[in-house]
Design a binder for this molecule. Structure first.
Ligand SMILES: [Fe+2]
Length: 190
């Protein structure tokens, strides 16, 4: 019965079964993985470094924004930090699933990241601007990565979901910037 199904199938099921049984230590990475898996992990490690840096920048901004009596902005930074942290974990898990090592080495994070940590002096407007610029960089980089991973639907879907989140962040920050800029005189006279 099984053989009949196999011979009628458009796939060579016997061959696929044989291959699946050999190299089982490679887990989810099968013979037909269409991309250069090393390069895939390297690209994902660059995304991982960017996400780690974004978590650090947003947490820094969250904490120092508190002193300026503007809880709405700190709450937004906190929400984004949590979102970036979940991206970080998703990407790290995918790298591991592909057989790579998720590189969280703090010594090289800044140089592997497309985005920057920033150099804010605690001014709300400049913090929001820094975050907005980073989100816009992330959006462009993720779009290119999605293109690169087009033959790997699992990674591509993950990146598409992350891209949608970054687009939301950028929209939120642009709105926030407008609000904060309007309130600027009263806020800084406190
Ligand atoms: Fe992110």
């Amino acid at each position: 019965m099984m053989n009949t199904i196999a011979s009628d199938s458009v796939f060579d099921v016997e061959e696929i079964r044989r291959e699946a049984q050999s190299s089982i230590q490679q887990g989810a990475v099968t013979r037909d993985y269409p991309l250069d898996v090393k390069r895939a992990c390297q690209i994902l490690n660059e995304a991982l470094a960017s996400e780690i840096l974004c978590v650090l920048r947003y947490r820094h901004h969250q904490v120092i924004a508190k002193g300026i009596n503007f809880p709405q902005v700190a709450a937004e930074f906190k929400e984004h930090a949590e979102s970036e942290e979940s991206h970080m974990l998703e990407i790290a898990e995918r790298i591991s699933q592909l057989g790579g090592d998720p590189d969280m080495n703090p010594a090289t994070i800044a140089q592997r990241s497309a985005t920057e940590y920033g150099a804010t002096d605690g001014d709300l407007v400049s913090m929001i601007r820094e975050d907005l610029v980073s989100e816009r960089i992330a959006i462009e980089v993720y779009r290119q990565m999605i293109e690169w991973f087009s033959a790997d639907p699992t990674t591509r879907r993950m990146l598409e979901k992350i891209l949608a989140d970054e687009e939301d962040h950028a929209t939120d920050l642009a709105d926030l910037l407008e609000t904060v800029d309007q309130h600027k005189p009263s806020m800084f006279n406190q």
